[in-house]
Each structure stands twice: as structure tokens, then as C-alpha cells.
Design a protein around this ligand. Structure first.
Ligand SMILES: [Zn+2]
Length: 480
């Protein structure tokens, strides 16, 4: 077994692998409806001798594909969902394939293909009894957080380590966490009455919603700086001369750590109960854990970083650099500096003149929390997990943008894919051949988890109907 075998397989098949990425890019399917994308990836794994299950955890587009037997079990995760409204050709200017259509503005066409490519390459580099390679095709990262359902279905039980790759703006195995979020709906029930003739008989559910909001806004002064609370009023009555007997607000509460979040959320609930008491209404609360904070893994980050350096980050042709420069002209120059400065990256100044970084960075962000959230965090509470980034989106270009669609479908995206696939395969081989690395990763995982416990959400079901309805409203498909 050698990394050379895996890397040679990827190099020998790089055109075919790029074609898979481009096909998924072209399908540009909305989360939970990635039928063509998931079928393509599942069928290729099937041809390579993987035991493939398509349609797991109640999602027709979720995949578990396995090769090999025994321990360790290495999970490789791949996403393939697209985003609405940013369809674009693989050209460095805004030119939709279908106006208002879907596009891979987060590079998930590459995300899924990287893990698939690494999984197949490992199959050629390993003996069947050396390890279990398990590819997870995880739908709907962007909209319905497919991994939550896969974790709740127990599909990640017993996995020793999990790797995934996200195309980004830098080559780095980041250690930043992501914020934990709770979503909650507060419904109040009161009594209707004529608001002018019999106000004394009415009990206003809207009053309760308003008083709750006032209470929460006072709470803001006494919570940690990094926390966020935001709300909307979803229902607030029919017309002013009827005392509303029903009103509902929808809250998001965010904080860097789950225990901080729970502390704040519990206070929000007390305020909500207080509002019910004040107004003689009754309260019901529907809560779900939107996202957990991501548990980083320094051990896996080091393995991945070493492999990125061994493989060597891609460099770019003059055409590719011209493509990137044209993209860079489509957004304010300042973006680039701001993004890097905000990320607290040491030496960010050196990037002012380059749009596609070609160096491999040491992660600088252990203990930092990125503002975004991802369902990868749910997996990270169950097994040591590392999602690393490779250059693809032009530095400073916004995420979820036509610019990212364009590079994800270009040769810049292909280079990101091949580099990442080799890195992922190399890292998996290191984990398989050095059992002490997995022990170290697990010890670190336990240390970082502390007393926190993951509560799988077994009640929630994948909202397949909602996905269909939303997709129709959001825009036309990119294919007939
Ligand atoms: Zn993404």
C-alpha cells in the first residue's frame, strides 16, 4: 500500500474526475433533490466495487458506500447541493446559463467529487482487510442539513475519523469552530374579544409576543459578547378591533459553544414564560437545534496539512490567472483585505497582489469561531472530523456567488478537486497505517467535548415535500 498508488490513480483519471465534477456542476440541483448528482456518484462507486446504499436516512439522495472490512473505519463526506438564483457559465463575468436558475456557488460539485475520488483511489491503494472506506453522500447541506438525519439514523456510529473537503479561497486545514444555533418558535394562545366593546374579556397573544421581545431585548445586555439573538413575528393577529388569540414569534439564538447557548436559550424561555404570566395567555415552544458548534481536530488538521504539502498545491496558467483577475475586478478590491483581516490570519498583507493563493498555510485559528454554520458540525460531535479547504474561489470574492459558480466549473475548480482528492487519500492512508494517530485524534476529541453530550434529533424528518415546493418557487432547473 502506498500513497503513490492512490495519487497515481487520481492523476491517471483526472480528466474523468473533473468531468464528474462538471456534470454535477451542470445539474446544479437544490438540496434534497440532488437526484442526478447522487445517482451519478453512487453508480461510479458501485462500478468500483463499493457496497452502495442510495436513499438512506429517509433521503432519496443520501448515499453510504463502503469498501473493505474491519477497523479502522474512515469516513469521507461529500456534498452535491446547489444554490438558487446564481446560475452562471464558467466564464469570468456574470452570464447565467438559465436566468434565475441554480448554481454551484459553494463549490459542492467539487466537494462531493473529491470524497468520491479519494474513496476510489484508496480502494486501489489498500488491501481489502486493511480498513473500511466509507463514502457518505450527504445531501442538502445548504438548506435542510442532511447530515443531522444521517447522524440521527446512526450512520456515523463506529466511524474512527471523518474527512471532508470544501473548496475555498485558501489551502488550509482550518481549526476554527462554527457557531452553535438554536431555532425556536414561541406560540401564545389567548382569548378573542371586541377590542373596543369588551376589551376586559380579551387576552392578547400579541401582547405576550411583544412583552417577550422587550424582555429579550433587555437580556441582551447580560449575555456574552459573541452571542446573537434575532427574531421575527410570524403571526400577530388579524385586524386591530379583534384581540388576537394567537400570535407566534420565531427566534434564532447563537453562541460559540453549546453550553453558552443553552444557558442563554433557557433565559429566553423564562422570559417567554413571564410574558405568558403577565398576559394570562398560554405558551407552547417548538425548539430545534439548528447547528452545533464544530469540534475542531488539531490532530487531523496536522495530518491533512502534511499531506497538502506532500502533494504540493496547484499553480496556475496565465489563462487561469487572467480568469481570476477578471473575476477580481467584479467586486471591490477592499473585500479581499477585509476578509483576510477579519479572519485574523497572520501575514494577510502578503496577499494583496495575488488572487489564487498557491501556498499551504498552517492553521492559525484554533479557538476562533467563524460566523457561518455547517451540518459538518453534527458529525464532529460524533467522531473526530476535519473539513479542509483548497483554493478555488478567487480570494475576496463572496461565497454563494456567481463568481464562485464560475470558478467551480472551470479548470481552477478542477485543480482544487485533484489536489484535495490526493490530500484526502494521503491523509486517510496515514490514519490507517498509524493507529496512534486515531488514538490521538480520539483523545483530543474527548478533551474538546468535555462534558458536552450530543442529542441526536430523532423526531425531525427530512422535509422532502417542502424541498420540492421551495425549489419550484426559487427558480428554473438548469436542465430539461
Ligand atoms: Zn458549502
Amino acid at each position: 500500500m502506498s500513497k503513490g498508488t492512490a495519487w497515481k490513480w487520481i492523476d491517471d483519471h483526472k480528466d474523468e474526475l473533473a468531468k464528474v465534477s462538471d456534470e454535477v456542476w451542470g445539474f446544479a440541483e437544490y438540496g434534497l433533490l440532488e437526484e442526478k448528482s447522487s445517482r451519478l456518484i453512487a453508480s461510479l462507486l458501485d462500478k468500483q466495487g463499493f457496497k452502495v446504499k442510495l436513499g438512506v436516512a429517509g433521503m432519496p439522495t443520501a448515499i453510504v458506500a463502503e469498501w473493505g472490512v474491519g477497523k479502522p473505519i474512515i469516513g469521507l463526506m461529500g456534498e452535491y447541493d446547489a444554490l438558487p438564483g446564481i446560475s452562471n457559465k464558467a466564464v469570468p463575468r456574470q452570464e447565467p446559463i438559465v436566468p434565475g436558475g441554480f448554481g454551484h456557488g459553494c463549490g459542492h460539485n467539487i466537494h462531493g467529487t473529491t470524497a468520491m475520488s479519494a474513496a476510489i483511489a484508496l480502494r486501489y491503494a489498500l488491501k481489502e482487510d486493511q480498513a473500511t472506506i466509507r463514502f457518505y453522500g450527504t445531501p442538502a447541506e445548504e438548506n435542510f442539513q442532511g447530515k443531522i438525519f444521517m447522524v440521527a439514523a446512526g450512520l456515523f456510529n463506529g466511524v474512527d475519523a471523518c474527512l471532508s473537503h470544501h473548496p475555498g479561497s485558501l489551502n488550509v486545514a482550518s481549526l476554527a469552530s462554527s457557531t452553535a444555533t438554536i431555532h425556536a418558535k414561541f406560540s401564545y394562545h389567548g382569548k378573542t374579544a371586541h377590542a373596543a366593546a369588551n376589551p376586559e374579556q380579551g387576552r392578547s397573544a400579541l401582547d405576550a409576543v411583544e412583552l417577550m421581545n422587550v424582555g429579550v431585548n433587555y437580556l441582551r445586555e447580560h449575555i456574552i459578547q459573541q452571542a446573537r439573538i434575532h427574531y421575527v413575528i410570524e403571526a400577530g393577529g388579524g385586524q386591530p378591533n379583534v384581540v388576537p388569540d394567537y400570535a407566534r414569534s420565531w427566534y434564532y439564538v447563537r453562541a460559540p459553544e453549546m453550553d453558552q447557548l443553552e444557558h442563554i436559550y433557557n433565559r429566553v424561555v423564562k422570559i417567554a414564560e413571564g410574558a405568558a404570566l403577565m398576559t394570562e395567555t398560554t405558551l407552547s415552544v417548538e425548539m430545534d437545534r439548528g447547528s452545533y458548534n464544530k469540534i475542531p481536530s488539531k490532530t487531523l488538521s496536522e495530518v491533512v496539512t502534511a499531506n497538502m504539502r506532500m502533494v504540493g498545491a496547484p499553480t496556475y496558467s496565465s489563462e487561469e490567472l487572467a480568469f481570476a483577475s477578471e473575476i477580481a475586478r467584479s467586486f471591490p478590491k477592499q473585500n479581499k483585505l477585509d476578509t483576510l483581516k477579519k479572519s485574523k490570519m497572520p501575514g494577510w498583507e502578503r496577499y494583496t497582489d495575488t488572487d489564487l493563493p498557491t501556498d499551504v498555510l498552517d492553521p492559525w485559528d484554533d479557538g476562533e469561531t467563524s460566523s457561518g454554520s455547517t451540518d459538518v458540525s453534527h458529525v464532529s460531535w460524533n467522531t473526530p472530523t476535519m473539513e479542509f479547504g483548497t483554493t478555488c474561489n478567487v480570494l475576496g470574492a463572496p461565497g454563494h456567488s456567481w463568481q464562485f459558480v464560475a470558478t467551480s466549473g472551470s479548470s481552477i475548480g478542477h485543480k482544487s478537486l485533484i489536489f484535495a482528492a490526493k490530500t484526502m487519500a494521503g491523509a486517510a492512508i496515514d490514519l490507517i497505517t498509524n493507529p496512534e494517530l486515531i488514538i490521538k485524534a480520539k483523545e483530543e476529541h474527548m478533551r474538546r467535548m468535555g462534558k458536552n453530550v450530543y442529542v441526536p434529533d430523532t423526531q425531525r424528518k427530512p422535509p422532502l415535500e417542502l424541498a420540492k415546493q421551495s425549489a419550484e418557487k426559487l427558480g428554473p432547473k438548469n436542465y430539461p
